[in-house]
Design a protein. Structure first.
Length: 190
């Protein structure tokens, strides 16, 4: 069954009805359902596997936490990235090809960590950087929990359920998001 954005332009009540019908068809008839959506929450709660497209091309990275950034070079061979005027990160210049000042990057949601607002960013690695913000949304997604933190721009984290149960952040809590170097990837067109 092929569905092209089956819940697009549909009110929430009828979105739920449509999704329940698709689940029922899949469960009862064992029919594979392929659907497109821009709703990453819907995809994560329904689909297995999920394939991502970026600018019309298949990619391994989800569409979350992809940001335009402006880079300024420093004298110590680092680049300072300004992400939407809200987040500033320092990265080694060897992560950048060429002389670009405007780049696109991803902060991989599954590689970001949540901590207390006064947490030492060096915990878990001296190169970690951090931003603080408030928990805006928490979503249960199979074996993961998606947490959206408003840090001046929205950052999505995907953490294992057991890590969430240990910390139990609530909507509205002030938290730190630790950003290890391996969470940052500069995106280049193929």
């Amino acid at each position: 069954l092929l569905c092209d954005e089956p819940t697009s332009s549909v009110d929430v009540e009828n979105q739920i009805t449509i999704l329940n019908i698709l689940r029922q068809i899949n469960d009862e008839k064992k029919i594979t359902i392929l659907f497109t959506t821009h709703d990453s929450f819907q995809a994560a709660s329904l689909a297995d596997p999920i394939l991502y497209l970026d600018q019309g091309r298949l990619t391994e990275t989800p569409s979350e936490n992809i940001f335009p950034a402006v880079m300024t070079r420093t004298q110590d061979h680092r680049g300072v990235l300004d992400i939407q005027g809200a987040i500033r990160l320092s990265i080694p210049l060897d992560m950048i090809r060429g002389e670009e000042e405007e780049i696109r990057l991803i902060l991989h949601p599954e590689k970001l960590y949540l901590g207390a607002p006064d947490m030492d960013p060096g915990k878990g690695g001296a190169e970690n950087q951090q931003v603080t913000g408030r928990v805006a949304q928490i979503t249960d997604e199979k074996d993961k929990v998606r947490i959206i933190v408003d840090a001046g721009t929205r950052l999505t984290l995907r953490m294992p359920r057991d890590a969430y149960v240990k910390d139990r952040p609530l909507v509205g809590d002030r938290v730190s998001v630790l950003i290890p170097p391996e969470a940052v990837e500069v995106l280049y067109p193929s």
